[in-house]
Design a protein around this ligand. Structure first.
Ligand SMILES: [Zn+2]
Length: 400
């Protein structure tokens, strides 16, 4: 549905629900109750809370007992009782889904006939209201749909994504030393993935076909392949930074040549074998880059495979990845090692980003948070195979 059609559909739904209002008995809201939404502040800057006010009014002739669960009367958004549109597109609910004890009498607000009550809630975190744009909020009931709409409001400045509290990963069949190593490697992998995501995102479209690091690891530029890589890297970063991983050190399914493995659909488990623990923590071929490689395999991140060179465990290394980028860029953008090395950046090749800091986003993507330096990971250029590099640069037309 395009934006206009969606808005028309929502307005039609709203109109039909408004007409039905008194004849429909809601499971979560008692009948006879009307709901309205207002926005105290229509132009909201970066430091302002994104607050809406919800008014519940008893329009019946009887006393209404309104259960506060899942309403604004809780003072916070604890269920998905709103629909928030950004520039006409619904935002996914990102807030909590609370399971509660059975309500007691104190969990109800009593409204006499004609009486109303208004409560305010901050919706920024629950619906991810962070980008500059036009917003509209609707009150919805899970059983009967949209009940009321707000006037519009505008975010005049975008705001940064929240830093999620990092949850400790879980170690299974690991020694203390192994668990510590895996956790440390995950931390470095996270900063590799963040840098990679930011470098991709902050490269202006006009400069993408000449981005040397991209070309080196993913081959000739096309917009479709770039966007596959950028989306994949964004998801890898999200997983590395926010997912609670289980590291399994039993290595039950591996051979003695296995470094690490995952199952594509078991998206929070990473299996680590002895070879992993013999690697350095950071660098091109390291524990951290292996973690990036393994995370890229998951079917909710970059959904990579091991490429034509990775079959039977042969030729995983940097030269295989570079060769694949040259000969088959369509495969390179779906291959784990190529993400691994682009992120770990062993060659130290630059990307033509438009500069770090605020406003570092490219034109046309206002409000992208800028790049931040990675204090914990100094760039670690490592020599690539000596003979390979000049040949590759020749083939790619790099003026190295
Ligand atoms: Zn792999």
């Amino acid at each position: 549905m395009d934006q206009l059609a969606r808005k028309v559909w929502i307005r039609a739904l709203l109109a039909s629900v408004a007409g039905l209002w008194f004849s429909v008995s809601a499971a979560t809201l008692p009948s006879g109750l009307s709901v309205s939404i207002s926005v105290p502040q229509t132009h909201i800057g970066r430091a302002d809370p994104v607050v809406i006010s919800v008014t519940y009014q008893n329009q019946s002739a009887q006393v209404v007992h309104l259960l506060e669960y899942g309403t604004a009367l809780e003072g916070t958004v604890a269920e998905d009782f709103l629909m928030v549109l950004q520039n006409g597109e619904p935002l996914p609910y990102q807030g909590i889904l609370a399971m509660r004890l059975p309500p007691s009498s104190t969990d109800y607000t009593v409204l006499e006939p004609g009486q109303s009550i208004t409560a305010s809630v901050d919706i920024e975190a629950s619906y991810g209201v962070r980008q500059i744009g036009e917003y509209e909020v609707f009150y919805r009931d899970p059983n009967i749909g949209v009940l009321a709409g707000s006037s519009q409001f505008w975010l005049t400045e975008s705001r940064p994504e929240p830093v999620l509290p990092k949850q400790a990963s879980v170690a299974r069949f690991c020694t203390v030393a192994q668990a510590t190593a895996a956790d440390g490697a995950l931390g470095v992998a996270e900063s590799y993935a963040r840098r990679a995501r930011d470098d991709l995102r902050n490269t202006p479209v006009s400069a993408r076909s000449e981005a040397r690091r991209y070309k080196y690891w993913f081959g000739q530029y096309t917009p479709a392949r770039w966007s596959r890589v950028q989306d994949g890297m964004t998801r890898i970063y999200s997983a590395a930074s926010g997912r609670r991983f289980t590291f399994d050190c039993a290595c039950d399914a591996g051979t003695n040549r296995t470094i690490a493995y995952v199952y594509r659909s078991r998206t929070s488990e990473i299996f680590l074998c002895e070879g992993f623990f013999n690697m350095p923590r950071s660098g091109g071929d390291s524990q951290a880059s292996v973690i990036v490689h393994e995370i890229s395999h998951f079917n909710d991140t970059a959904n990579t495979d091991d490429g034509p060179n990775g079959v039977n465990g042969a030729n995983y290394g940097q030269s295989a990845a570079v060769g694949l980028a040259i000969t088959n860029p369509d495969r390179a953008v779906g291959t784990a090692s190529n993400y691994q090395y682009f992120a770990a950046n062993p060659t130290g090749l630059p990307m033509p980003t438009s500069g770090g800091g605020d406003g570092g986003g490219e034109p046309g993507e206002p409000g992208e948070p800028g790049t931040e330096p990675d204090p914990e990971v100094p760039p670690e250029p490592e020599p690539t195979p000596l003979i390979l590099v000049p040949i590759i640069d020749l083939l790619l037309g790099n003026d190295r």
